[in-house]
Design a protein around this ligand. Structure first.
Ligand code: AMP
Length: 281
């Protein structure tokens, strides 16, 4: 596995790959790698000739400085994991390389910003789209892979790709979970052992609400019952627990309204850690 930290070197390497006619895939991460990240790499390896991974803890997508400061980073372990999983090239830029002095551009997608994580975390989605746009311009892949765990992020990036005519496809990859259903996340390692036992309640309650909704029960009552159960299990706060259209993330109050794809979305706080997840109906 090649490791590049310099933008100019990455550009030069990219040029040599174009000459070889290789189909390039990109997997962008903030490190603290787990099997969810590696599933993106596996998907990329299955349909590309060469896969570029990135590790960059993007300061602009954190709405709380405590969260940024506490973000786990172990570059040595991450390099080993990517290497063992067959990554071809790892790009690890410095914050100064991405945001040099005088940097002033923000990429903001106009749609799907008034709900879920975009509403709960001001500035977060612009931080994501800005860095993803920059990394895509540097790597110039034909495909970029995104986890469905961050479904809104994938949808907003996909809208950016269409709106800005970026010459690539954003590909969604299913969420990888622990045995008890908890979605893998770099933040899970900040859960105390007691909190970890409670954490899968979020997944179980998404399932329970969906079961009720599928049986034709009232959407609002199912969501409210699950929210109450999540709070009584020990979660401190729920940011959202909503049923929404996959297409545009608009809220769904009754499923018979539409035949299109619908998903339940959840974000809640447990022992100071914000967990998010979603599942299709
Ligand atoms: P992050 O390092 O958290 O910024 O995530 C980098 C990429 O990995 C994003 O596209 C995430 O959606 C994806 N990802 C994170 N966790 C999972 C998971 N449990 N399953 C699948 N993809 C994931």
């Amino acid at each position: 596995m090649e490791i590049i930290t310099d933008k100019a070197l990455l550009r030069a390497r990219r040029k040599s790959l174009s000459r070889g006619g290789k189909k390039l895939g990109a997997v962008m991460t903030m490190g603290a790698l787990h099997d969810g990240h590696l599933s993106l790499l596996q998907a990329a390896r299955a349909d590309c000739d060469f896969v570029v991974g990135t590790i960059f803890v993007n300061p602009r997508q954190f709405d709380r400085m405590e969260d940024f400061a506490a973000y786990p980073l172990d570059l040595k372990a991450d390099k080993d994991r990517f290497r063992a999983a067959g990554l071809d090239l790892l790009f690890i830029p410095s914050p100064e390389a991405i945001y040099p002095a005088g940097y002033s551009t923000t990429v903001r997608v106009g749609t799907m910003q008034d709900c879920l994580c975009a509403a709960a975390r001001p500035g977060h989605m612009e931080g994501v789209t800005t860095v993803v746009c920059k990394l895509l311009n540097l790597i110039q892949p034909q495909r970029a892979y995104f986890g469905e765990k961050d479904f809104q992020q994938y949808k907003i990036v996909d809208a950016m790709v269409q709106d800005l005519n970026l010459p690539l496809r954003a590909v969604p990859v299913p969420t990888v979970r622990e045995e008890d259903g908890l979605a893998l996340s770099s933040r899970n390692r900040r859960l105390t052992p007691e909190a970890r036992k409670i954490a899968s309640c979020l997944y179980q309650e998404m399932h329970r609400a969906l079961r009720g909704i599928r049986r034709g029960m009232d959407v609002c009552s199912c969501l409210e019952a699950s929210k109450a159960a999540i709070l009584s299990s020990g979660f401190e706060k729920i940011d959202y627990f909503d049923l929404r259209m996959e297409e545009d993330l608009s809220e769904v109050k009754a499923v018979q309204e539409t035949q299109k794809k619908v998903r339940i979305f959840a974000a809640a706080w447990l022992s100071g850690v914000r967990l998010i997840d979603n599942l299709p109906l």
